[in-house]
Design a protein around this ligand. Structure first.
Ligand code: SF4
Ligand SMILES: [Zn+2]
Length: 495
């Protein structure tokens, strides 16, 4: 809850470029500190933390004065007037205050478009008409709905929005009647979705919204919100357990590229907007790339909000984009995990074992399959190679570098559930901690562990896959030559 002295302050504000129907403009977004959302159940929303039941009209007016002053100073063309809930809930923003807000905004010459947001339940065509009438004729009013996803399960089960599909139809119908434009918020990668599924869902949702807007003859644009980890929400729980990772900037950019492709447009002229505000949360809770290119890519995405030129997004590159592509492919199910023993086994001193391990990786490469490994096991491989001589390492690394680029290997941290299974499963209790962890991870995620560890291979009740001995297969092309050179390293390990 807000303290007394914060009641006159906005909960959050930010400025960004925007594109208004083809014209590059400036946007101010302010979130007014209000009594909060009467619904308050959406699983990704932490607005309740900033709300205060004691907020009075005088506090709202004081906050509005701050907005007005900023709007004047910054000569903004777009103003997103958001609250910690619903603009049309009379208990949060009274009809009198709504009129006051909009009438004062009508006096700001530079202001061309005003966005207000509410759940459908509080919205009527009459309220929309009234609000529009308070503005100048040349000003556009936008009604924004938190529809978030066209997938009913994601919207109403995962996110608990309680927004049936008819709320979208009814909103568009009311907008048409009131001469108001429509905006839908769309989340990118809500919890429980992989990076690839997150992209797909946002693109599908956007196409659905554009088609509905078209059907009702209402100008429709979309405000995307890349999901970030808000405080004391279910999403924070998943994030702490390692079960949710905020999306990468590459994915946000890809959503725009894929939508433009489907729309057959090279410039989306203001139809797409990406909300990059992070409500001042720490960066690890928000979208990120490798850390080196984050600021640059974030700023380019922010610029896209203004220019809308898809070519500029297509041009963005940093080496971590290759890793991101692998992450996307990792969205597929992983059926097989390797450990340090089978990975290093490709260079085992005993030829029989070496060939069995090598053949496994050759086959996976030819099947274009994705394999998993824990970061700890990958670290063990690196540690072993670092103990080899410089000459041996020089022979080894060119092969490993190429294999890592061509083979889809998803390296993961242990998550909380992996560790829980490692600690509590009766099947694992007499194993060493290092084995419990790697098998626990596979048990949790489903699949088999490919290993040459003799202790694990005797355990028939565990998801362990034994390798077959046979005739040596070859890696494709140059990789085989590099592999031969890498045999400068020969390892004797069962771990
Ligand atoms: S309707 Fe909006 S403000 Fe209310 S809980 Fe859901 S996301 Fe938060
Ligand atoms: Zn990068």
């Amino acid at each position: 809850m807000a303290k007394d002295n914060t009641r006159n302050t906005l909960a959050f504000q930010t400025t960004t470029p925007i594109n208004i129907k083809g014209k590059l403009s400036k946007r101010l977004m302010c979130v007014y500190r209000t009594v909060g959302c009467a619904y308050g159940q959406c699983t990704m929303c932490d607005f309740a933390h900033y709300a205060d039941p004691k907020i009075k009209e005088s506090n709202l007016k004081a906050q509005h004065e701050e907005s007005i002053s900023n709007l004047r100073k910054g000569k903004y063309a777009q103003f997103d007037l958001l609250t910690l809930g619903n603009f049309f809930n009379d208990n949060e923003i009274s009809p009198k205050i709504r009129r006051y807000f909009l009438q004062t905004l009508s006096k700001i010459k530079t202001l061309k478009r005003i966005l207000i947001e509410s759940r459908r339940a509080y919205t009527t065509a009459d309220k929309l008409k009234k609000c529009k009438s308070y503005l100048r004729d040349d000003q556009i009013l936008e009604f924004a709905l938190g529809y978030e996803s066209s997938n009913e399960y994601i919207r109403n089960t995962i996110l608990k929005k309680a927004v049936p599909e008819e709320h979208l139809d009814q909103s568009l119908k009311m907008c048409k009647e009131a001469g108001v434009d429509f905006v839908s918020y769309v989340l990118i990668k809500p919890h429980h979705l992989s990076e690839a599924d997150g992209i797909r869902d946002s693109v599908d949702t956007a196409m659905h919204l554009f088609s509905k807007g078209n059907e009702y003859g209402v100008y429709t644009r979309i405000c995307f919100e890349p999901v970030f980890v808000t405080y004391e929400t279910p999403i924070e729980e998943y994030w702490k357990k390692g079960e949710y990772i905020p999306l990468q900037f590459w994915s946000t950019s890809q959503v725009m590229i894929n939508i433009a492709k489907k729309l057959k447009e090279t410039n989306t002229e203001g139809k797409l907007f990406i909300g990059l505000s992070d409500e001042n949360l720490s960066s690890e809770r928000f979208s990120q790339n490798c850390g080196v290119c984050d600021l640059k890519i974030k700023s380019e995405i922010q610029k896209f909000n203004g220019h809308q030129d898809i070519k500029q997004l297509n041009k963005l590159y940093h080496c971590c984009k290759e890793h991101w592509k692998k992450v996307l492919k990792g969205g597929e199910n992983i059926h097989e995990y390797v450990d340090a023993s089978s990975f290093l086994g490709m260079h085992h001193v005993e030829d029989k074992v070496r060939i069995a391990c090598k053949n496994f990786f050759v086959k996976k490469l030819s099947q274009n399959a994705t394999i998993g490994i824990s970061l700890e096991q990958m670290g063990k491989c690196t540690d072993t190679i670092w103990h080899c001589s410089e000459k041996e390492q020089k022979g080894y690394y060119p092969f490993m570098d190429k294999l890592n680029t061509e083979l889809k290997v998803v390296q993961s941290n242990y998550n909380e559930k992996d560790i829980q299974i490692s600690e509590t499963s009766n099947k694992l209790k007499d194993l060493r901690i290092v084995d419990r962890l790697k098998v626990g991870m596979v048990m949790n995620r489903g699949g088999n562990l490919v290993t040459i560890n003799p202790y694990l291979l005797t355990r028939k009740n565990l998801p362990i896959k034994e390798l077959k001995y046979g005739k040596e297969l070859k890696f494709p092309g140059k990789l085989e030559d590099l592999y031969k050179k890498s045999l400068a390293v020969r390892i004797c390990t069962k771990d």
